[in-house]
Design a protein around this ligand. Sequence first.
Ligand code: PHE
Length: 360
Amino acid sequence: MDGLDTLKARFIAAVSAASDEAALEEVRLAALGKKGEISALMAGLGKMDPEARKAAGAQLNILKDEIDAALRAKKAALADAALNERLQAEWLDVTLPGRPRRMGTIHPVSQVMDELTAIFADMGFAVAEGPQVESDWYNFDALNIPPEHPARQEHDTFFMARAEGDNRPPHVLRTHTSPVQIRAMAAQGAPIRVIAPGRVYRMDMDQTHTPMFHQVEGLAIDRDISMANLKWTLEEFCRAFFKVPSVELRFRASHFPFTEPSAEVDIRCSWEGGQLKIGEGDKWMEILGSGMVHPKVLAAAGVDPTQWQGFAFGMGIDRIAMLKYGIPDLRAFFESDLRWLRHYGFAALDMPDLAGGLSR
Ligand code: PHE
């Protein structure tokens, strides 16, 4: 069977010449297929005498295995080449920056609400809410502001209309977030630690006042909470919020009907060349009102003032947003000017948290 070597050389050459899977399959059929040349030689073995058949059979089997191995190797090589070609053709630079679609921006007030919620949540304060249309009992009476109290005038209240002949006191647009103190204590009792960010309304409009603005109320009631806890809480908040290593707060004696004692709180700052700096300088900026919750307020909310005490504060959100982000005019907050929002707004997917950073 001298022809076997030439046969082998021919098939091996055909295998290596096959340029795709279909051509390779043709070679396979021609060699090892039912009607292939090797198969025909195998069939011819039957006519040989036993000695010759044994020798020829062994040779043919070796040849068959060799061609089979060559076919498999070529098949794998073709598959690799095809994959490489695809990898080359479909190459994609994943380091290219994406092309984000414009999704609108987060308003600085929303951003600051998210920031302060993250900071106070870290100190154990939950978020409480109340309605913006409030009864005058929650907005005033329960907060120790009886009907003839002068503080009612100072609040420049918006009153809701009552139906003709209905002589009950009208509802009001809440003038502060303090009514949420009453609602939260009435609902949860003591001890309690909540903040209540939200909209408030007063009939006032000039460079520094808008008829709707935002406050955040804070309330912490327990058995032994004092002004010292208030001071620490506010200092911690300001350090985290303004991202400064230390802040200085000034507590000025003041008066609110719903706290006793009461204090207004100023933060040390400087104004230089239109640049505001928090924590240094010789200016003071008022940022909030606060005090120890009045026993009458605790009682109105169903909390026993002989057992419980604590602090409350109310802070202007728009004001601290202006301070932190250098926004000069309050009124622009509520004009819905898209150019302003694009300039002062925040990326929609950056949620403030203490671990990842409050804002970028
Ligand atoms: N409600 C007060 C205001 O709007 C602020 C305040 C809240 C003061 C809580 C003391 C305690 O001016």
